[in-house]
Design a protein around this ligand. Structure first.
Ligand SMILES: Nc1ncnc2c1ncn2[C@@H]1O[C@H](COP(=O)(O)OP(=O)(O)O)[C@@H](O)[C@H]1O
Ligand SMILES: [Mg+2]
Length: 209
């Protein structure tokens, strides 16, 4: 766990001071920083899950312009995209102006889905977000061209703590998509995913309007 890892690295750090090894000191300090960020992310995810599950979070529905929403989410996503030079396309698929959603909770959805895409995509790859509104329903499709999810893993990706094999040793808690699903359900919406291993993942969200 990150805690054990921090404890071990703190011991190593103390030792590196004792023997006056600057290189080791920097190395262990960096590991401790990494682990504490990871712990921070995990506890904030757990807090979110708790708040959503216990009903502490109330939906705050607002009607506002889809175009403003696109501009705002682009701003947030762009800061995430920089490091990996990933291209983002947001497309409005038909003509509509107003949407009704909880803006803050939707930003959390975007952040979680996009940060996954960035993580499982190669440098320089692209992400698409398609928005459309039909018959009192807003549909949002997030599509990436990254690693994708196997048939075996796909039915489980929205479960708490579920992670595809071999992904246990970094900042991610396995809670991101379960938080996303919760938020969609608070909106009385639906969410599902389609994927082919090696060809990317698409997530479909439908929100009644
Ligand atoms: N865009 C994606 N491409 C490939 N696999 C994904 C993608 N998004 C999610 N996954 C898979 O679904 C799992 C659950 O995602 P999530 O709940 O966000 O947890 P985390 O990001 O902490 O691993 C991930 O561990 C990964 O196996
Ligand atoms: Mg995630």
């Amino acid at each position: 766990t990150p805690v054990t890892s921090i404890q071990l690295n703190v011991e190593a750090l103390k030792n590196s001071i004792k023997i006056d090894n600057k290189q080791d000191f920097d190395y262990f300090l960096e590991k401790i920083t990494f682990d504490s960020e990871r712990l921070q992310k995990i506890s904030s995810d757990i807090e979110n899950v708790h708040a959503l599950e216990s009903g502490i979070i109330n939906l705050f529905l607002e009607e506002f312009s889809i175009d403003d929403f696109i501009i705002e989410s682009k701003k947030i996503i762009d800061t995430l995209l920089d490091a990996k030079q990933i291209k983002l396309e947001i497309n409005k698929k038909n003509k509509f102006n107003k949407i009704i959603i909880d803006r803050n909770l939707f930003m959390t959805i975007f952040e979680n889905i996009i940060s996954n895409s960035i993580r499982y995509c190669e440098k320089g790859s692209s992400i698409e977000i398609d928005l459309s509104k039909r018959k009192n329903e807003l549909e949002i499709i997030f599509k990436d061209y990254g690693a994708g999810v196997s048939e075996k893993d796909l039915p489980h990706i929205f479960e708490r703590f579920y992670r595809a094999d071999g992904l246990r040793d970094d900042k991610h808690s396995g809670l991101g998509l379960s938080i996303v699903k919760h938020i969609v359900e608070l909106h009385k919406g639906k969410i599902y995913a389609k994927s082919l291993l090696g060809e990317g993942l698409s997530i479909y969200i439908k929100i009644p309007q």
